[in-house]
Design a binder for this molecule. Sequence first.
Ligand code: PLP
Ligand code: COI
Length: 365
Amino acid sequence: MTAAAQFTRIPHPAPTSAQRRQEILAAPGFGRYFTDHMVSIDYADGQWTDARVEPYAPLSMDPATMVFHYGQAIFEGLKAYRQSDGSIATFRIDANAARFQRSSRRMAMAELPEELFIESVRQLLEVDTDWVPAAGGEDALYLRPFLFATESGLGVKPAGAYKYLLLGSPAGAYFPRGLKPVRVWLSTEYVRAAPGGTGEAKVAGNYAASLLAQKQASEQGCDQVVWLDACDHRYVEEMGTNNLFFVFGSGSQARLVTPELSGSLLPGITRDSLLTLAADAGYEVEQRRVSVEEWRKGAESGEITEVFGCGTAAVVIPVASVRSADGEFSIGNGEPGEVTMALRDTLTGIQRGTFADIHGWMRAL
Ligand code: PLP
Ligand code: COI
């Protein structure tokens, strides 16, 4: 099957009223509401088949379906942004399509061709256009492509059949307090991923493995967990749903450091984009290991002036303080930093079409 192949369209018999949709779009939150349709594509006998745009609805599945038992499930997250002329554009969709394939490969799953991934997004945006939030604000339509094993049976092996689904969900700020800097919890008891494991793939199980530490973070009054490396429990990897950046110094002397891709952290598309935008802005950028001691000492001496997390859902989120079993330290004065906000403005400006897209990241669909 190719992207040009026909997608069957089954319109929703009773779509959400315009009034209800406006109510939802006025305060969408994150991941709470879904558009009227979803895209579904099946994989069996070595072929992608039966591409459909259909009403968003529950699935009926055999209890022996392999995903329930052995967890072959991957996902992506990207956003569609309303531009000021009313059109809709996605940000680096080809990078999400490529990472989806890499995640499939790591989990011995079928790989959805990149052009089908992109076409599925185009199809959903065409039928659910009115669900993309208005231009000029921070909101966007979050897109959630995912793939899971659908073969039934209890033998442990890569499944022979899969289902790809794409959902759309209008999204505002991921953290309920918006841009207010977050407090993070350093997990020293648990690890998210180890070398040779699945940490650099966007695999559902990575998130399942993270939830106990995230629960601990909440109990400690923190917004999110920060993971350390699995071998030394010393080097910072990433946050629960974000990559991390450290700003050393300030003004034109500021330098940015982000943990290098260790094989066990997610190669974020926002991380990669900010490395480029920071270099464009004239900052020195470095990818290397950052230890917890360096973080604490740098924050205490004032050498580390800002720290922020970045990801599709959360965009760029300042980190104000770090708590662990050993105590707590803060970064800067607890307000969003200058470099953090300048990079955030550039990134969101490109996504909203108000800044020049010199790297060709936006794609109108
Ligand atoms: N790290 C983790 C664990 C994530 O879940 C995410 C979110 O997707 C990121 C990093 C950031 O990745 P991206 O910028 O591609 O959204
Ligand atoms: C994203 O930023 O897209 C994520 O995947 C984070 C989270 C909602 C899982």
